[in-house]
Design a protein around this ligand. Structure first.
Ligand code: ZN
Ligand code: ZN
Length: 163
């Protein structure tokens, strides 16, 4: 029997013979299934009920250890990538010169691209900037300058000072 080729004539013969056998023994088969089910259904659900607390604890343990560690690793990876990028762009706001890294973020100089890099933010963006060795389409800005630029088109720092 070649199981990889289910349309093989030999397999069709086999299926036909199975079908014939099922048809001829339908009553017996059904009786047997019924009996088996009556005998085992209860047993199974009893066992399943008995093991439920244990099973739930196991699942919870798995979720906590794996989920937790994975999240922690992702967070760590994100933080490292972010620091690398901010360092790559000079660890300084290109507009106002802010240097505290908590204030710093990465900015698309000409706004976010609409095509091409569809997911050009977060870890994906950071990894791209590291890979492309900090290209000039992005820069390091502080949140203030970044947000003002985003909301109002330009940072008020760029406005000529009215003395
Ligand atoms: Zn700034
Ligand atoms: Zn600014």
């Amino acid at each position: 029997m070649n199981w990889k080729n289910l349309s093989h004539p030999q397999h069709q013969d086999y299926l036909a013979s199975r079908r014939l056998w099922y048809a001829n023994n339908l009553k017996e088969r059904q009786a047997y299934y019924k009996m088996w089910y009556a005998k085992n259904a209860n047993k199974d659900s009893d066992r399943s009920r008995k093991n439920r607390p244990q099973r739930n604890a196991r699942r919870r343990r798995f979720r906590v250890t794996n989920g937790g560690e994975q999240r922690l690793m992702d967070k760590q990876r994100y933080k490292e990538a972010r620091n690398k990028v901010i360092q790559g762009y000079g660890s300084k706001c290109a507009c106002c010169g802010e240097t505290l890294w908590e204030f710093l973020t990465v900015d698309h100089v000409n706004g976010k691209p609409t095509g091409g890099h569809k997911r050009d933010y977060g870890l994906t963006l950071y990894l791209r900037l590291i890979r492309e060795n900090f290209p000039p389409d992005c820069q390091c800005l502080c949140w203030n300058c970044n947000c003002s630029k985003g909301f109002y088109g330009e940072c008020p720092h760029k406005r000529p000072k009215a003395n």
